[in-house]
Design a binder for this molecule. Structure first.
Ligand code: PLP
Length: 375
């Protein structure tokens, strides 16, 4: 198997899986129970929070566990709008957010909010000036992702935070593709809300977290119930998921420089191999080391994804969530229909080997030779 889709999800390491098994079968108490088994389970949650907060560069009390990045995104935007309900009903976001933000903002428009979707340039970049240009008196929240999941573009969240410093609008950033993939710390980023997800960094699916700091105050609870997560996101804690998330974070953090170097090396190697393939176009600015976007213009990406999967090579058609539709990201970048519909995403992780990239480049070259025998 050649797995080159680490932006979609990542394998869980043996160590993280082992810790999860231990929690599921032995430290299975309810963290709210007052006896030792319960206190031990609470210890798992507290230690997990400390580990994730440490990697994010924030205080443990600023971090709330959720079930996924999508939940964190929805919650942050809803809470920010609630806090600023007297400021107004205007939302600023980009046209290239993950659907976890985009679809929610579209839903909010139906609830009576107004939204402005800032468009990227042809490389997929957004500038802070563009955001400044669309801010209004009634802007309640700005939601701009840290790293785009299809192009790997890194957005200027620090500059946007500086713009909003003396304005009421709260800043949310979806850092699901940035956390432990590009260097940043909550402290210096300046966003009021930051969403992260475990399964993009070697942790289990079904675990995420939301940082709330800066101007975020009187946070609207996501759910109503018991006192878990400071009463803001109640429900018995997913102790095993949290333990697996924390273990994955610790493993990445302890080798972060080495992993980032390795992943950047994979990208550079893949770029060299792929640019030699006739008719293949490289897309995106190449900011994040783990994502390489390309296109086989005129060849629907879901077809190539299917063909490669027959050979045990796994990549995405733009993002894993498209299911056959042309990517909204490449469309928003102003690429022609053929290029947008042929967009593919190759993404790397610590486990990626040169042999995986060689297999992909070989299969793509063969595909192009069959399609264009004259090239
Ligand atoms: N945001 C971005 C940028 C993503 O890439 C993803 C996952 O693909 C999500 C949010 C959603 O995260 P989750 O799968 O944990 O809900």
């Amino acid at each position: 198997m050649h797995y080159l889709d680490h932006a979609a999800t990542t394998p869980v390491s043996q160590e993280a899986a082992q810790v999860m098994l231990e929690v599921l079968t032995r430290q299975f108490g309810n963290p709210s129970s007052q006896y030792k088994l319960g206190r031990d389970a609470k210890g798992v949650v507290d230690a997990g929070r400390a580990a994730v907060a440490n990697a994010l560069g924030c205080k443990p009390e600023q971090l709330f566990f959720t079930s996924c990045g999508t939940e964190s995104d929805n919650w942050a935007i809803r809470a920010a709008l609630h806090q600023n309900r007297r400021v107004g009903k205007h939302i600023v976001t980009t046209a290239v957010e993950h659907s976890a933000v985009l679809q929610f903002v579209k839903h909010l428009e139906q609830e009576g909010y107004a939204a402005t979707y800032v468009k990227p340039d042809r490389q997929g970049r957004i500038t802070a000036e563009q955001i400044a240009g669309v801010l209004r008196e009634d802007t309640a929240v700005v939601s701009v992702m840290l790293v785009n999941n299809e192009t790997g573009a890194r957005f200027p969240v620090e500059e946007i935070a500086a713009l909003l410093k003396d304005r009421p609008a709260l800043l949310h950033t979806d850092a699901v593709q940035g956390f432990l993939k590009v260097p940043f710390a909550a402290r210096s980023l300046g966003a009021d809300y930051i969403s992260v997800s475990a399964h993009k960094i070697g942790g289990p699916k079904g675990a995420g977290a939301l940082f709330a700091g800066g101007k975020a105050k009187n946070i609207l609870p996501l759910l109503f119930g018991g006192g878990q997560e400071a009463g803001l996101r109640p429900g018995t804690e997913a102790t095993a998921q949290i333990a697996g998330f924390a273990k994955a974070v610790e493993l990445r953090q302890s080798r972060l420089e080495e992993i980032l170097r390795h992943v950047a090396g994979c990208r550079a190697y893949a770029l060299e191999k792929l640019t030699a393939i006739p008719g293949l176009q490289i897309l995106g600015p190449g900011d994040a080391p783990h994502i390489l976007a390309a296109s086989l213009p005129g060849y629907p990406s879901q077809n190539i994804v299917g063909e490669l999967s027959e050979k045990g090579i796994y990549i995405s058609a733009g993002s894993a969530c498209h299911k056959g539709k042309a990517s909204h990201v490449f469309t928003a970048m102003g690429l022609d229909k053929k290029t947008a519909a042929g967009a593919i995403r190759i993404s790397f992780g610590p486990e990626t080997q040169r042999a995986d990239i060689d297999a992909l480049a070989g299969a793509l070259a063969e595909h192009q030779r069959t399609r264009f025998p004259m090239l």
